[in-house]
Design a protein around this ligand. Structure first.
Ligand code: M6R
Length: 614
């Protein structure tokens, strides 16, 4: 959710902070604000809406130049997205400013206490209470970091906090619990941010902050302690992508760039995982072969698009590894009574590694002593730290809110895991695993081929911009693809879109079919004759009732031609791998249709890239 930037060094802090906010805007765009400390005074500016509004304010009334600053881009939780609730928030004296990502769950109680002791709170936010609590704690005279430690001890919930105080004019303080915060280490300057993208133009050296840690950021150094003030163990790392990866690179939208990057992302995720002997090597898994052999059940937890990757994983795991596999929405998982044991493997899939629902599911599974494996795209995020092992996808930074390349690379990761388990447990012969791996290695080329043939899909999307509803049907792994196609259309085009298992149609949803209703059908490869023929019958059923059929089928599948109003051909690949090629036209379709409707596809309304609240 919200994006946070902090800076201290030799440059004009405002420029560094606003540039950082521009790179973090995907995290939330309800409002933006900055604070700069100059000549012993704090100056703040904030404005509801996207960063462009704040830029207007800063141009009209620039704050004094200072070399210490911080900025915030908000995804509203407490209080409507207006100027008043925009961060930073200040205390009664105007000498402390705070920005925050997360939710302070006991804020009502803290607010009441503060109001009773005479503090005037100017906003509806939970964050503002922190500014006033700091004001109280600073009276002890031991500085901002010590005050922050004591305040953190009083807070419940999830928070990343960054604060500045006129009494500590060369210091920015950050605190982290359950929300992301990374340090960028420069020369004579240092950075704080929710995501390395904010400072990647200045440094690729980063420090990952752990749970319940405080960072004191000065131009000449960084000190990290726990909430009790003890020096903390930290993990330094070098970011393996550069600023060009976080820029649009000539595309109108990040989403277009990220769709186009998919062949490379798929190839990168496979890289280094196949040994010279053809055997899979997943060293980062950190779950021993013995432990893997003992696993008797797999549960996958994830949200949104990552959940759809999990649904596809189930087919691959059960087919190749012969293990029962359940897939559960992470937000539901801990509210039932999942049966877990030390021989259960829980796989959490999350692009960002910061999705609170996924993290809470993982913590619940940990309490039940299950083994934990993460699939994650963001190095330095929370999920990998909380799992026994991790398989990183190498999609590179995904900035558009709608997930595209992260999804395809998650699929590659789950295929690798399923095959690795099959290899370890001996449910597939070595040569069978190798044959499948070879097919996987050809997938970048297949995805590239799909991308080369997308003009008719774009044309179709533009022609449907006036529709109110689109349905998506699939069977087997085509069902999660249908769900993903519908999710993309909902989040980008704000249209009613539903994905159904085609076999379920006759049990209710067929009543939705009316004259000219666009229905996208994902057809399995012809090699799966039973499945294939069943869905061809489903297409006929909906067409007979007037639906306008948009059929995605493998090239050369003549059997669907008579029933397809529009036919989108994809390269022939094995059934389990088909989502890698059938999802791409659906991404292009949603992106183009939303663009035709005039929507900003990188920042769809009401959404944020990583959902760090439950
Ligand atoms: O970072 P995560 O993979 O955990 O995010 C999960 C969902 O919030 C995410 O996939 C969301 O559904 C996307 N906006 C879909 O395009």
């Amino acid at each position: 959710m919200c994006g946070i930037v902090g800076y201290v060094g030799g440059r004009a802090a405002l420029d560094v902070v606003v540039e950082g906010l521009a790179r973090l805007e995907y995290r939330g765009y309800d409002s933006a604000g900055v604070a700069v400390l100059a000549d012993g005074k704090l100056a703040t500016a904030k404005r509801a809406g996207k960063l462009v509004n704040l830029r207007g304010v800063l141009e009209e009334d620039p704050p004094p130049a200072g070399t210490l600053g911080m900025g915030h881009t908000r995804w509203a939780t407490h209080g409507p997205p207006n100027d008043r609730n925009a961060h930073p928030h200040v205390d009664c004296t105007g000498s402390v400013a705070v920005i925050h990502n997360g939710i302070i769950e006991n804020f009502a109680e803290l607010r009441a206490e503060l109001e009773e002791s005479g503090h005037g709170l100017a906003s509806d936010t939970d964050t503002e209470a922190v500014a006033h609590l700091l004001e109280e704690e600073l009276k002890a005279g031991d500085g901002l970091a010590a005050a922050m430690r004591r305040v953190c001890g009083r807070l419940d919930g999830a928070f990343t906090l960054v604060a500045m105080h006129t009494g500590d004019p060369d210091l920015v303080v950050g605190a982290r619990r359950n929300s992301p915060l990374v340090v960028g280490v420069g020369e004579g300057e240092n950075f704080l941010a929710s995501d390395v993208a904010a400072f990647i133009a200045h440094t690729r050296d980063a420090i990952e902050l752990g749970q319940d840690q405080i960072v004191e950021l000065r131009a000449d150094g960084v000190r990290i302690t726990d909430f009790e003030g003890r020096p903390a163990e930290v993990k330094e790392y070098h970011v393996d992508w550069d600023v060009s990866a976080a820029e649009k690179g000539g595309y109108d939208y990040f989403m277009l760039k990220e769709i186009a990057e998919q062949p490379r992302a798929v190839a990168d995720t496979l890289l280094g995982r196949i040994g010279a002997d053809g055997r899979l090597r997943l060293d980062e898994m950190r779950i021993s072969d013995r432990e893997l052999r003992e696993v008797d059940k797999i549960i996958i937890v994830a949200c949104g698009t990552s959940y759809h990757a999990g649904l596809i994983a189930k087919y691959a795991i059960e087919h190749w590894a012969g293990l029962p596999c359940e897939v559960e929405l992470a937000s539901e998982f801990r509210y039932r009574d999942p049966i877990l044991s030390p021989t259960t493997l829980v796989i959490a899939i999350s692009q960002s590694g910061e999705t609170m629902d996924a993290l809470m599911a993982v913590r619940h599974a940990r309490e039940q002593r299950a083994k934990l494996l993460g699939i994650c795209n963001v190095n330095g995020s929370t999920l990998p730290r909380e799992c026994d092992g991790v398989l990183y996808t190498h999609a590179g930074p995904e900035i558009a809110v709608a997930s595209t390349k992260a999804f395809l690379t998650q699929l590659v990761a789950v295929y690798l895991i399923a095959l690795y388990i099959a290899q370890t447990r001996g449910t597939k012969w070595g040569d069978e695993v190798f044959a499948m791996v070879q097919l996987l290695e050809r997938m970048p080329e297949k995805v590239e081929k799909v991308l080369e043939t997308m003009e008719p899909v774009r044309e179709l999307a533009r022609s449907l911009a006036g529709e109110r509803c689109v349905l998506f049907l699939g069977r087997h792994v085509g069902f999660p693809v249908a769900l993903e196609g519908a999710l993309k259309l909902k989040e980008l085009a704000y249209m009613h879109a539903e994905g159904f298992a085609a076999g379920e149609l006759k049990h209710g949803p067929i009543a939705l079919i009316e004259e000219d209703l666009p229905v996208v059908v994902v057809v399995p490869p012809r090699a799966r004759d039973v499945l294939h023929d069943k869905i061809v019958s489903n297409i006929q059923e909906i067409r007979a009732r007037g639906a306008r059929t948009i059929v995605i089928a493998e090239e050369g599948d003549e059997s669907v031609v008579p029933y397809a109003d529009t036919l989108i051909g994809v390269p022939a690949v094995p059934t389990l791998l088909q989502p890698l090629v059938t999802t791409v036209p659906l991404q292009v379709f949603a992106c183009e249709l939303a663009t035709a409707k005039g929507h900003d596809v990188d920042q769809p309304r009401n959404l944020a890239k990583s959902v760090t609240v439950e």
